[in-house]
Design a protein around this ligand. Structure first.
Ligand SMILES: NC(=O)c1ccc[n+]([C@@H]2O[C@H](COP(=O)([O-])OP(=O)(O)OC[C@H]3O[C@@H](n4cnc5c(N)ncnc54)[C@H](O)[C@@H]3O)[C@@H](O)[C@H]2O)c1
Length: 316
């Protein structure tokens, strides 16, 4: 079985591709090394893939590639490519979100019309919900993003569902809830918190620290992709969360315990675009493809911490 992973040099795409290779898939990986964060970090993400049997890498943007040529060689698409990040999506940068999150998804789906694709997994986001009216959040909860990024991910998701309805492409959208673990993007909370504690620097907390998140360990997200590939239903949307909810303040206490030292906290203003609370109801994914997150926050943070401690130089 041959698959395409877009955004393969990113945090999630690289883990997913490694797992697919281990499972015996042949993987074509595509990435444009978008400068949202450094190429050096992305090249490091690819280290476990390059020169591996069954893996081929194509550098380039979805817009410049011979998509038909690539899609004819694969059965399944795992579309992870996007420009992520909530806070950077305000202002004039938004055109990059339109381009890489909406337009690139449309271009890819459009090309899938003319080839046989068994499954098209779209990496969506909990940010489509914004500040949900009630917790835990079900897939039927109103989508009311509070960031331009959330708007762009929701548009991509709508496109995926449209191409299922219009052309029968079996698209499955997975709404990831804050993913963490080794190789997490450098702009994300746990990466920043752990780096700061390792380097003895201040940890900046946006708002009171009482905001809660459903954090999902990377291995569980990868597992969800594989399960959705087998059993996810075409045209459907699924929450992919970690199964629990915890405040930022509590996560810092866990990191302090793992590190064996106190964090130096600096409280600053809450950021525009950050949802106050997230917590996924994962019963639909559990029902349809037996999704069952296995890594709890303590174990996940320990694995994240240990990895970053060994690999901090990559980010300096
Ligand atoms: N990390 C999270 O917590 C999280 C949560 C919800 C959803 N997501 C979604 O999961 C996916 C992966 O996120 P991530 O954290 O690994 O981000 P990432 O930035 O590490 O990876 C995305 C990769 O896509 C590539 N890319 C972007 N536009 C491209 C294009 N037009 N053509 C080819 N490559 C392109 C980038 O260069 C990057 O390497 C994204 O779609 C993101 O919106 C992530």
């Amino acid at each position: 079985m041959k698959v395409l992973v877009t955004g393969v040099a990113g945090f999630i795409g690289s883990h997913l591709a490694e797992r697919l290779l281990r499972e015996g898939f042949q993987v074509i990986g595509v990435d444009s090394f978008l400068d949202y964060y450094s190429r050096k970090i992305k090249e490091n993400n690819l280290k476990g893939l390059v020169n591996k049997n069954g893996f081929s890498f194509i550098e380039g943007s979805i817009f410049e590639l011979d998509l038909m040529g690539i899609l004819k060689r694969v059965d399944t698409v795992f579309h992870q490519a996007a420009i992520p990040g909530v806070r950077a999506s305000w202002g004039k940068e938004f055109y990059r979100y339109i381009e890489n999150n909406i337009l690139a998804t449309q271009v890819l789906l459009e090309s899938c019309k003319d080839v046989k694709i068994n499954k098209f997994i779209y990496a969506s986001s909990s940010s489509v919900y914004g500040d949900a009216d009630a917790l835990p959040i079900k897939e039927t909860t109103n989508t009311q993003p509070v960031s331009p990024y959330g708007v762009s991910k929701l548009a991509g998701e709508h496109l995926a569902t449209l191409y299922f309805k219009g052309y029968g492409i079996p698209t499955v959208s997975l709404r990831y809830f804050t993913v963490y673990g080794p190789r997490q993007r450098p702009d994300m909370g746990f990466h920043k918190f752990i780096s700061a504690i390792l380097l003895g620097k201040e940890i900046e907390i946006y708002g009171s620290g009482d905001q809660t998140r459903d954090f999902t360990f990377i291995d569980d997200v990868v597992e969800a992709n594989l399960q959705a590939f087998v059993k996810g239903k075409g045209g459907e949307i699924y929450n992919v969360g970690g199964g629990s909810r915890i405040s930022l303040t509590e996560t810092i206490k866990i990191i302090e315990e793992i590190a064996g030292r106190k964090a130096n906290l600096k409280y600053t203003e809450a950021q525009k675009g950050d949802a106050k609370h997230t917590y996924a109801d994962i019963s639909k994914a559990r029902r349809d493809f037996s999704y069952n997150p296995k890594v709890d926050i303590y174990e996940g943070l320990k694995r994240h911490y240990d990895w970053l401690k060994e690999n901090l130089d990559i980010y300096r």
